[in-house]
Design a protein around this ligand. Sequence first.
Ligand code: NAP
Length: 265
Amino acid sequence: MALHIGCIGCGSMGGALMGGLARQGGYHLSGYNRTPERMRPLEELGVRRLHSPSAVAEVADVLLIGVKPRQVLPLLREVRSALRRETLLVSVAAGVSRRRIVQAVDARCPVVRCMPNTPALVGMGVFALCLEDDLLSEEDREVLRQIFARLGTCVELAENEFPAFSALMGAGPAYAFSMMQGLVQAGVTLGFAHREARRMVAALFSGSAMMAEQSDEALQQLRDNVCSPGGLTIAGVNVLDRAGLTGILVDAVAAAHARAREMED
Ligand SMILES: NC(=O)c1ccc[n+]([C@@H]2O[C@H](COP(=O)([O-])OP(=O)(O)OC[C@H]3O[C@@H](n4cnc5c(N)ncnc54)[C@H](OP(=O)(O)O)[C@@H]3O)[C@@H](O)[C@H]2O)c1
């Protein structure tokens, strides 16, 4: 029988996850959102809209919690009595520890913490999954791995590695967008229309990412391959090295990591 995946809080992230799963097919999907109209696009993809959070908790084999971090614990107390020992409860809330979630649901079911990043909104997310709960069977873990593998790239981490993941991957799109912004600005400086520069820079990042993923060569080598001796690329790359771009990125991630550790409860 097909697995039933439910989601309470179908906003940007909950909606993206459910939308991604609906497009893949193969699951029964249902959800509840405080503002019902926000679920309309999901309903059009075949997600059933239920009338309350508890109604979703009652039917779901896998229950995704997609509300804002401050709303998670009150919501879980509300639906606690509908949870069964077999319900796989998955929270995507940033900074809400497994310990607090387990407490809120009186350890009635296994609790999984998941940290997505924003490209999940376009079906290309990187997901950290913490599958440490002793109540999870190996079969449960496999079910969860399969669900998130269908939505993007999935890594399994201990919960104490989540701050590092958040600093690198959660914040990562902001680093990438900053670099893209700089290149778009450079393109406009050279006379390209803003829209054209942005389109080209987006394609540059997608293409370079694809090359990095498909090639066995070191990133340094891929970079050297573009730099002909005495050519224009090495002239540009020398400026990046003199400014210390690599060190700046390392420092940025380290600063985000320090902040992430402060924010984790
Ligand atoms: N967005 C991201 O890139 C991102 C990345 C990593 C983690 N996350 C995590 O994802 C979670 C959701 O973030 P988001 O950006 O998707 O926020 P969002 O767009 O505001 O979605 C939250 C949704 O929860 C609904 N909601 C609130 N209380 C509810 C309740 N009691 N019952 C049912 N629905 C309820 C809201 O309904 P209304 O429509 O009525 O407001 C809203 O649609 C957060 O915990 C966040 O930490 C998000």
